[in-house]
Design a protein around this ligand. Structure first.
Ligand SMILES: O=c1ccn([C@@H]2O[C@H](COP(=O)(O)OP(=O)(O)O[C@H]3OC[C@@H](O)[C@H](O)[C@H]3O)[C@@H](O)[C@H]2O)c(=O)[nH]1
Length: 312
């Protein structure tokens, strides 16, 4: 919008929130549509960032059929829109297409190790077929596609109930509750800060790379190390609590980002601790906001129009 583009945000608000974009409402280049991509959409655009789908495991497992519909029918609808108006489509795919990987770190030519009938399948198989659909539309219909395989990401404006590990640990540490580690905590992840991801998505969209590209920060830690790091950054006295491990939880994950570096001249620049401190600041404010009950809308004073009788 600041570069002069007109931006239409389409959201069904299943996991998104109006508060995340409300500061743009009223801007001449901004439009917000309450719509679910499982239904067809008729608008005129030249670029589509197809980001739809819950991304947090508890959210996508909450209604697996809906997750599948969003990633299959929703992707078909967006590709159909791209074909009709001649737009370029960028699919937000995921590191979950690599499943519980047997290759480490994961590069784009790895085909993955996915359980097609496990609890994560609605999301990881949903994204895998979404990628397949992109390349079918590219080959058969000439639609221009870009595919970003997004690795674990965090930052401000995450939902308090998101359920992913970074927001869980920060909120638990801030409230003096135990930090819930699933399993032994020896599984690894590598976390990128949201602004790095956004820069990567824009760079990929405007590049000529049509094959999949990993976007993530390769700094890898165990989940137990994350718990300790977040506890220290918050200055919290919370305990660490070990719970049973999540089924099919990938044991190791770290992106190989050589392709993004070479083809997009992109790499993450926000150090982990700096990103975590920003997220901690955000969640601290969110807790204050919630404590002040500002989620409950204040009743507006009735607007009385003078000199007119209202007929229903
Ligand atoms: O409270 C928690 C939450 C999570 N975890 C663990 O922390 C690790 C990361 O879990 P998250 O739920 O944050 O995210 P996952 O890596 O499982 O999935 C994510 O993968 C990449 C993206 O596509 C998605 O954002 C999401 O599916 C897992 O090993 C999980 O078991 C905890 O130990 N405690």
């Amino acid at each position: 919008m600041m570069d002069g583009h007109e931006v239409t945000v389409v959201d069904n608000f299943f996991t998104g929130r109006k508060r995340n974009v409300e500061h743009w409402i009223g801007h001449e280049n901004f439009e917000l549509i309450n719509h679910d991509v499982v239904e067809p959409l008729y608008i005129e655009v030249d670029q589509i960032y197809h980001l739809a789908s819950p991304a947090s495991p508890p959210n996508y497992m909450y209604n697996p059929i809906k997750t599948l519909k969003t990633n299959t029918i929703g992707t078909l609808n967006m590709l159909g829109l791209a074909k009709r108006v001649g737009a370029r489509l960028l699919l937000a795919s995921t590191s979950e297409v690599y499943g519980d990987p047997e290759v480490h770190p994961q590069s784009e030519d790895y085909w993955g190790h996915v359980n097609p009938i496990g609890p994560r399948a609605c999301y990881d198989e949903g994204k895998r077929v979404a990628e397949t659909m992109c390349y079918a539309y590219m080959k058969q219909e000439g639609v221009e596609v870009r595919v970003a395989r997004i690795f674990n990401t965090f930052g401000p404006r995450m939902h308090m109930n998101d359920g992913r590990v970074v927001s869980n640990f920060i909120l638990q540490a801030l409230q003096g509750e135990p930090l819930t580690v699933y399993g032994s905590g020896s599984q690894t992840r590598a976390f990128q800060y949201v602004s790095d991801l956004v820069n990567g998505l824009v760079a990929l969209m405007n590049s000529n790379v049509s094959s999949p590209v990993n976007l993530g920060n390769p700094e890898e830690h165990t989940i137990l190390e994350f718990a300790q790091l977040i506890k220290n950054l918050v200055g919290s006295g919370s305990e660490i609590q070990f719970l049973s491990e999540a089924q099919d939880d990938p044991q190791k994950r770290k992106p190989d980002i050589r392709k993004a570096k070479m083809m997009l001249a992109w790499e993450p620049v926000v150090p982990l601790e700096e990103g975590l401190n920003k997220a901690i600041h955000y969640f601290r404010k969110e807790l204050e906001y919630q404590a002040n009950n500002q989620y409950i809308p204040k009743p507006k004073p009735a607007r009385i129009k003078k000199g007119r009788t209202r007929h229903n």
